[in-house]
Design a protein around this ligand. Structure first.
Ligand SMILES: Cc1ncc(COP(=O)(O)O)c(C=O)c1O
Length: 399
């Protein structure tokens, strides 16, 4: 039986196919995988969750196991609203927050409510590939702005915004971007805010990694400078546990929030209320900042170890950008070798990296690749980097 499915689902999807094949390759237990982006399970607060679960079931079981409302559990929305003060955004109300099924669902919700086929949207180049996949569902014309080592290229941004006054939204990941691990400098952040302020663009700030800063100082969220022009996405995936699938969107524009809620209600009625309540209980009974500090310490040590191994084992000509937080490092191969060539050759030797290609809307056969450090032991990092270095040398010798 062959069904006639919608064009949304049957459209060729470079990003999706690429990701599936990389993740499938990397899932093998015999492969050293730097390709994914998994938090380290050592950081999961298992015992604390057990206690929170018991308490929720004992005290509020009838509510936790019942249908609930679309915006989310009030105590959790309160917590998220208050947390924005640590990012320099004051006056956020619980009513501005919609609890979503991971921030991934928030991306899908924004795509559905903002994009008609052919609409222009602006993204960083490269950017988070699953955001590209989400937006592609609605057939936009994607405009790209280069990411430099200090953040988005502001001259290019200014030109793009001027030349495309009807563009609908701009998607930004200003802290420890996925895939590059890069963060906007204060100068870039302030100039970008100035360029975007007062335009017709919805500024969609995705911020899953800013709490994982182990060095330096963070910029304020774009929501501080841009008010209700900026929707801010967040998640508990990287600071508590991704399996709970709890994220949020902070939308202070009443009309858009109404539409987002309509979309979410038809998609899933509401985010799993049991998990929301367990998480809210966990946050009430534990010091989340202490927990995040421990995770940051772990990731700092791992990032440092991976950078040391890259310096030690990768041949001259392979460059990478040091990071101050998040979960990724971004490297560039010398002229003449593509990241896909490295990916294939390294996989044959048991090491998976993530080539840059699917993170770009248009560029192919790029020389950039992403490696993840959060979820490997030091021994695995060392072994994997040694093999990657050998493979790079072999490829360079052939050119
Ligand atoms: C930039 C970015 N946005 C969103 C997500 C989705 O995260 P979640 O749905 O787990 O909140 C990720 C996950 O890796 C990400 O890197």
């Amino acid at each position: 039986m062959k069904f006639k499915m919608s064009s949304i689902i049957t459209r060729p999807d470079f990003q999706g196919e690429f990701t599936n094949s990389i993740l499938a390759a990397a899932a093998s237990p015999d492969i050293i995988s730097f390709a994914g982006g998994l938090p380290n399970p050592v950081s999961f607060p298992i015992e604390e969750m057990e206690a929170a679960t018991k308490k929720v079931l004992e005290d509020k079981g009838a509510i936790a196991l019942q249908y609930s409302s679309t915006p989310g559990y009030p105590a959790l929305r309160e917590w998220v609203a208050k947390r924005y003060e640590t990012m320099g955004v004051y006056g956020v109300k619980a009513d501005d927050i919609i609890i979503t099924n991971g921030s991934q669902q928030a991306l899908a919700m924004v795509g559905a409510t903002m994009i008609d086929p052919g609409d222009e949207i602006i993204v960083e180049d490269p950017t988070y590939l699953v955001a590209l996949q989400s937006f592609h569902m609605y057939s936009p014309k994607v405009l790209t702005v280069t990411m430099n080592s200090d953040g988005i290229d502001c001259d290019e941004l200014e030109k793009t915004v001027k030349e495309h006054p009807d563009a609908k939204l701009i998607y930004l990941i200003p802290n420890f971007q996925n895939p590059t691990g890069l963060t906007y400098s204060k100068e870039v952040h302030d100039r970008a805010a100035q360029i975007l302020k007062g335009t017709n663009l919805l500024v969609l700030e995705d911020n899953p990694y800013s709490e994982l800063r182990f060095e330096g100082k963070s910029n304020e969220s774009f929501g501080a400078a841009l008010g209700d022009q900026c929707c801010m996405l967040g998640t508990f995936s990287k600071i508590v546990a991704p399996g709970m699938r709890i994220g949020w969107i902070c939308c202070r524009n009443d009309e858009l929030r109404e539409k987002l809620l309509n979309y979410k209600a038809t998609a899933d009625l509401h985010t799993n209320i049991f998990c929301q309540m367990v998480l809210a209980q966990y946050l009430a009974d534990n010091d989340i900042d202490k927990h995040i500090d421990k995770t940051k310490e772990l990731y700092h040590q791992k990032a440092q170890y991976m950078m040391d191994c890259m310096r030690k084992y990768l041949p001259e000509g392979v460059e990478f950008t040091p990071t101050q937080g998040g979960m990724f490092l971004w490297a560039t191969l010398p002229e003449g070798i593509t990241a896909v060539e490295l990916y294939r050759a390294a996989l044959a030797k048991g090491v998976a990296i993530c080539p840059g290609d699917p993170f770009y809307e248009y560029k192919r056969n790029v020389r950039t690749f992403r490696v993840n450090y959060s979820n490997s032991s030091n021994e695995v990092i060392e072994k994997g980097m040694r093999i990657l270095g050998e493979v790079c040398r072999e490829l360079m010798a052939k050119k």
